[in-house]
Design a protein around this ligand. Sequence first.
Ligand SMILES: Cc1ncc(COP(=O)(O)O)c(C=O)c1O
Length: 458
Amino acid sequence: VNYSSWIADYLEDNSQFDVKPKLSPGDVKNRLQALPPDEGENFENSIRDFENIIAPNLTHWQSPNFHAYFNSNTSYESVLGELLAAGLNVNVFSWQTSPAGTELEEVVMGWLRRMIALPDTFEGVIQDTASSASLVSFLTAREKYSDFRINESGFGDFTGFRIYCSEEAHSSIEKGVKIAGFGKNNLVKIPTDEKFAMKPAKLREAIQKDISAGMKPLCVVSTIGTTGSTAVDPVKETGKICREFKLWHHVDAAHAGTAMLLPEYRYLLEGIENVDTFVFNPHKWMFTNFDFSAYFVRDKEALIRTFEIMPEYLKTSVDNRVNNFRDWGIPLGRRFRALKMWFVIRSMGVKGLQDKIRGHIELACELKKKIESHKRLELLAPMEFNTICFRYVPDKSAREEEIDNANIELLKKLNDTGEVFLSHTRLKGKYTIRIVVGQTNTSREHTEKLWKLIRKFT
Ligand SMILES: Cc1ncc(COP(=O)(O)O)c(C=O)c1O
């Protein structure tokens, strides 16, 4: 089998697989050899098992009927870039270890910055995930505040740091706060308004309260496109508060950052010039396979001072003239990720990318209108981008718990068909079904099929 053509065929049509297989935990493991073979086997055996045991028992993220979580979409160009990067297997930790890898990363990050209209005061670096990028941001904030002394001698007297985000912020923020050593209890979750966006007045109140109690407010996280409902925190107003209290401001736009390719969304970036760090994930919605997280910083020196290491064996004669990206994040070893993004941007062009993203948003709008006009369906959040949050209300007099149960059942019925895969969240306590329209090949045919299934079960 020619496996590049297997991948191409798969990306073109993977309808032979259920989007989400019907399995119980352990079903796959039970079919795999318990022990590693002593002698090497014919590779055909591994391929056969891949086809029979692995491929049908995956959840198929590249199905156009995958509408769960946030998509992690891809493209032929991206896969080819990944394949070449795997074959080359260069390590992009310093300029010397990969000159073209380093310089292509500089160019691609410059392109991305321009494409989403970030000011050119930002410099970019690729991180593996938004979770890592947010952690890197917190560590930089911590070091800048302590004049890099926590790195030197631990927290010592630096206690009582407080970090703020909305109650809708992604769980990676809490994880980052824990790992950065602030303690989960020092993450203050600010209430949100009826659109699930952080309330600036409540943020200010929380900061003032903490200052009066002798705590040290350090950092605020704004989200553009929360995971539950893609709500947008008010970056500009939040930024004003950050400036007033001299706080670090990190923006997590993991999913929705890609929408900033479209000029009509850029009003959401108002005030971005004062933000300290910004992350978005082309590996979600920008046709670039996992992993590729674009992290932008305003103060490159602070970032590097936080992470720089210079053992003798890593020194090179050009260190004062180049970017050594190992010093821009946590791991030393770094994959050659710029290549796939470069291929994607060059093949699709900015216009091609904009058309695809607008296409997803238009399909989501059509589906949203249908849901809105259905008597027993209810939207639970405004649709900012390509994510619809709704629920089924079988009977207006039903109790909340009964409505929740009806939706748990509806989601199960939809997913059990194997024809679509959706996921859920809770918004203001209500069980919410989410539909994300963002896989590369999702077209009207697929959203109509989903709509038919929703109608069938409601
Ligand atoms: C708003 C937001 N931030 C962060 C993340 C985490 O992204 P990653 O998997 O790249 O760490 C997600 C994932 O969906 C997200 O929606």
